[in-house]
Write a protein that binds this ligand. Structure first.
Ligand code: NAP
Ligand code: GDD
Length: 332
């Protein structure tokens, strides 16, 4: 039987690294789009440069490219001729998207169009595509919990770009019969989370404060509530979406919501500290428009994909803190 080929854009990110590992375990040949500046987690918790990394994994082939550059996207699609594409690359930082709205629209919005248009132009009619959509689409939420039928109300340039990508994918599915599925994923975290996201920032600070190498933790809106899950479980569901009989849109979430303050309590108590003594609320860390509450209903994913999240909120914080305690020095 022919070896299955998958192309992952964003392979160097949190989800891309876990997904690449999962697909390698399943026997895939994995192609990944990387930028010159990309760093890697795969095979190493501390990261390695692209050129160091390539020889260590014979079934991972990295291609230099950029979602803002159609010729590179198209070349990578043609060279890899993937059975499955996971479009995970994005300018994924919601707050930063307010500072670089045009760039965010180009990469996170138009980037998705470049991927699906390349697949269409090259006549890859059997290629299945996963689009990394987001719970940020729900923004100023119309109902709680949010599910596939909940109307969108995006609240940031990032979310508006993801809405564009979501609808383009849906349109290509309906117009050209392409197999494109949107995963509407609620926040999911791991020890590989980028340092600017709030869970990573809090865990790192708690450990550093405990060790005496940091004094305060500046934060923005700690009343915001998120539905936080564990990233490795979510990438498994991305794969399941592309094995499903038909393309569709699926929410992935835990169904529980917790505030940033609750996260602080758990993380700081793990190292025996009272967060109130160290957190400084900084106005510049608030967003021009905030998403106050996200809480997802993943019933459809459970019923159609057989997927349920397993890691509870407390277990998640524990996992992140344990990793931070043991790898903190490498992430400094
Ligand atoms: P991440 O860690 O921030 O990774 C983003 C990836 O995109 C990185 O590999 C990055 O490469 C790549 N990238 C950025 N700009 C690019 C460009 N112009 N061209 C090519 N690659 C580019 O994000 P993540 O948490 O793994 O999330 C994966 C996807 O799911 C993203 O689309 C995100 O918006 C979406 N999402 C995430 C969550 C979540 O809670 N994690 C929830 C819903 C949706 P470099 O290493 O070169 O920067
Ligand atoms: N990053 C950050 N830094 N967030 C802070 C801070 C801070 O200092 N202080 C408070 N927060 C609040 C934010 O205002 C937000 O309400 C919440 O913490 C979570 O912020 P992030 O961890 O940055 O994640 P996000 O929810 O904005 O976006 C993530 O999840 C989305 C899915 O809902 C990203 O991964 C997006 O790419 C993803 O689509």
């Amino acid at each position: 039987m022919e070896t299955k080929r998958a192309l992952i854009t964003g392979i160097s990110g949190q989800d891309g690294s876990y997904l690449a590992e999962l697909l390698i375990q399943k026997g895939y040949e994995v192609h990944g789009m990387v930028r010159r500046s990309s760093r890697y987690y795969i095979g190493s918790d501390v990261g390695a440069s692209a050129d160091d990394f390539i020889p260590r994994h014979k079934n991972i082939i990295l291609h230099y490219g950029d979602l803002s550059d159609f010729s590179s996207v198209d070349r990578i699609v043609r060279e890899s001729k993937p059975h499955e594409i996971y479009n995970l690359a994005a300018m994924s930082d919601v707050r930063v998207s307010f500072d670089v709205p045009e760039y965010t629209s180009d990469v996170t919005g138009l980037g998705a169009l470049r991927v699906i248009e390349s697949v269409r132009n090259n006549g890859l009619t059997d290629t299945r595509i996963y689009q990394a959509s987001s719970s940020e689409l729900y923004g100023k939420v119309i109902e709680t919990p949010q599910k596939e039928t909940t109307p969108f109300y995006p609240r940031s340039p990032y979310a508006v770009s993801k809405a564009y990508a979501y609808w383009m994918c849906k349109n290509y599915r309906e117009s050209y019969g392409m197999f494109i599925s949107n995963g509407i994923l609620f926040n999911h975290e791991s020890p590989r989370r980028g340092p600017n996201f709030v869970t990573s920032k809090i865990c790192r600070a708690a450990v550093r404060i405990k060790n005496g190498t940091q004094e305060i933790l500046p934060l923005g809106n700690i009343n915001a509530k998120r539905d936080w899950g564990f990233a490795p479980e979510y990438v498994e569901a991305m794969w399941r979406m592309l094995q499903h009989t038909e393309p569709d849109d699926f929410v992935l979430a835990t169904g529980e919501t917790h505030s940033v303050e609750e996260f602080l309590v758990e993380a700081f108590s793990y190292v025996g500290l009272d967060w109130k003594q160290y957190v400084k609320i900084e106005p510049h860390l608030f967003r021009p428009a905030e998403v106050d509450l996200l809480c997802g209903d993943a019933t459809k994913a459970r019923e159609k994909l057989g997927w349920t999240p397993k890691t509870t909120f407390k277990q998640l914080v524990q996992t992140l803190m344990e990793a931070e305690m043991s790898h903190g020095a490498n992430k400094a």
